[in-house]
Design a protein. Structure first.
Length: 222
């Protein structure tokens, strides 16, 4: 008589060692990664670094305007995140919480640099963060003239220079809303400002930036 084989049930994913568990995807994946990272899953934490590393660096770079300082601060943010994840309660989006850590540490770093009289104009053409104003139709056709490309670089450079000239709070609001595309509600959570204050101060920041840029933009159009 043939001997019956017994099949061992598959081990549920939740019972697997952290290194063998599949990483979460889809809705709620960020929070699920944060929970696993808080429990010591280094793979989940590495996934968070991959997911948010570029965004953290971009915000830090645009606030600090110094690549080396932004790189150092980005590392500090993720060290702080690693130690703070066990206290994350999900009262706000994980991304909002990370932006808040980044913004606060950037402001502290700016104060430190001012005391030391340190600060250089960033490399505006850095491809990791630069967002040149490019005509999408011309880009699609693939035949922009060299003088057009130079003009776009100039627009990007002037935008960055005048963004740097804004007061720190206004610059941060423009970065979070217009460059990082965060909602007004997220920005209010990050900055601790009332929602109406965020909108009014952002409006003034945009008006100030537009006024600073208008002479240059008039020259470009003509």
């Amino acid at each position: 008589m043939a001997r019956l084989m017994t099949v061992k049930p598959a081990t549920p994913a939740t019972e697997l060692p952290p290194a063998l568990r599949p990483l979460p995807t889809g809705d709620g994946a960020e929070e699920a990664l944060a929970l696993r990272a808080a429990q010591g899953d280094t793979g989940a934490f590495d996934a968070l670094v991959t997911l948010f590393g570029g965004r953290v660096f971009a915000v830090a770079f645009r606030i600090l305007q110094d690549r080396a300082e932004a790189e150092d601060l980005s590392q500090e943010v993720f060290v702080a995140l690693y130690h703070s994840l066990p206290s994350f309660r999900g009262e706000s989006k994980l991304s909002t919480w990370i932006y808040k850590i980044t913004r606060n540490r950037c402001l502290n770093r700016l104060k430190f640099l001012k005391r030391r009289h340190v600060g250089t104009l960033a490399d505006i053409d850095d491809p990791a963060v630069a967002r040149a104003a490019v005509d999408p139709e011309a880009e699609a056709r693939g035949h922009k003239r060299a003088d057009q490309r130079l003009q776009h670089v100039d627009v990007s450079r002037v935008l960055e220079e005048h963004l740097l000239a804004l007061p720190e709070e206004q610059r941060t609001l423009v970065i979070l809303r217009d460059l990082e595309d965060l909602s007004y509600e997220e920005i209010a959570d990050i900055t601790g400002l009332p929602l109406g204050t965020v909108k009014s101060r952002l409006h003034r920041a945009r008006a100030e930036l537009s006024e600073r840029l208008s002479p240059f933009l008039d020259d470009v159009v003509t």
